[in-house]
Design a protein around this ligand. Structure first.
Ligand code: DGY
Length: 343
């Protein structure tokens, strides 16, 4: 992968410039594994200060364990399953994930091995909330279906009965999990004059004041919201939080959107609800078994499906790469990292 052009070339050139002025004798830098290419802004921080082994593409857990041998740090992604085998690599001190979610890392095993784990919360709030809102609009107004209709050459002119969807203005938004992203979606919903209810682990009085939001039970949220937007992290308690019973409570005109983690929604139950029109539509950016998508979802016109792009804006991915690199360097250089999950 190393060359004079492309990501490696540009990052290596930056590193050369950054190294100029360093002592002329060899300095032994810690080695780190970057499990797949990341934005240049992050690499530019790493190159002058650590020896980087960057994989050109995704690695299996066994490959990560093999390539991490001799590394003090791993900069990983949510697609990397970081289990005990990897965490037992001798000399490993830090796992810095370029994600807010940490469900792909065995935190208990990391704690046992005294390995610092860091993540990148906060910087992806707006991008993910924007995507959630895009999905809310797309699902409510049947945008995917309408575009497929037009591209298939079926548009014969304006039709009073064509592709009617659900109005959002004045309707009720139910936020499941009022963390940073859930709250940001609610802020955006105010522009649509939506009434906001939420269900969360803790009460959020500031949020209630700012957005006029009201805390409700899961049951009330499911049965009264016109749009349910899911923002809980994946934990054993939240797996299938949206299950057949939750879906059965939802209004037949309601829309479900998930931009958190796929397994929070029982996909088979959702397919059933969509197939029998028990809810109006769903917008999903995440899936139970990514990159696989339930075949029943693929065939549903009333499902808008995206390839996990919640944080995929140039600005956000650059910030995530910088944060992950800064966290990793802080640990290796003996400073407290900005975003410890465990330390
Ligand atoms: C995260 O960081 O957890 C997001 O899912 C990435 O888009």
């Amino acid at each position: 992968m190393r060359g004079t052009t492309g990501l490696w070339g540009r990052a290596a050139a930056l590193a050369t410039v950054a190294r100029a002025g360093r002592p002329p004798y060899p300095v032994r830098m810690p080695r780190i594994l970057v499990t797949r290419p990341i934005p240049e802004a992050g690499l530019a921080l790493l190159f002058p200060r650590v020896t980087v082994d960057m994989s050109p593409g995704p690695l299996s857990p066994a490959e990560i364990a093999r390539r991490a041998d001799g590394c003090s740090g791993i900069l990983c992604q949510l697609t990397d399953s970081i289990g005990p085998d990897i965490l037992e690599v001798p000399g490993l001190r830090v796992v810095a994930t370029m994600s807010a979610g940490t469900n792909h890392i065995d935190l208990a095993a990391a704690k046992r091995r005294d390995i610092v784990v860091t993540n990148t919360p906060g910087c992806l709030t707006e991008a993910t909330a924007e995507l959630a809102f895009a999905l809310i609009l797309a699902a409510a107004r049947r945008l995917g279906e309408a575009e497929r209709f037009l591209r298939a050459g079926r548009f014969r002119g304006w039709d009073p009965m064509l592709l009617q969807g659900q109005t959002l203005v004045g309707k009720r938004l139910g936020i499941l999990g009022a963390g940073r992203i859930g709250q940001e979606v609610a802020r955006m919903a105010r522009g649509f004059r939506m009434d906001v209810v939420y269900h969360s682990r803790s009460a959020e009085p500031e949020f209630e004041k700012e957005c006029g939001a009201r805390a409700v039970t899961r049951e009330e949220l499911a049965s009264t919201a016109d749009v349910v937007s899911v923002h809980v992290p994946l934990t054993p308690e939240t797996r299938h939080a949206v299950d057949a019973a939750f879906l059965a409570r939802m209004k037949p005109t309601a829309v479900l959107v998930n931009t958190s983690r796929g397994p929070v929604v029982d996909e088979a139950a959702l397919v059933d609800a969509l197939r029998h029109k028990r809810i109006f539509a769903a917008g999903l950016d995440v899936f139970e078994d990514e990159p696989a998508v339930h075949p029943g979802l693929m065939e549903r016109e009333n499902a808008v499906l995206l390839p996990h792009i919640g944080s995929a804006t140039f600005e956000t991915r650059n910030r995530m790469a910088v944060m992950a690199a800064e966290n990793l360097l802080a640990v290796l250089e003996g400073r407290p990292p900005g975003n410890p999950v465990l330390h």
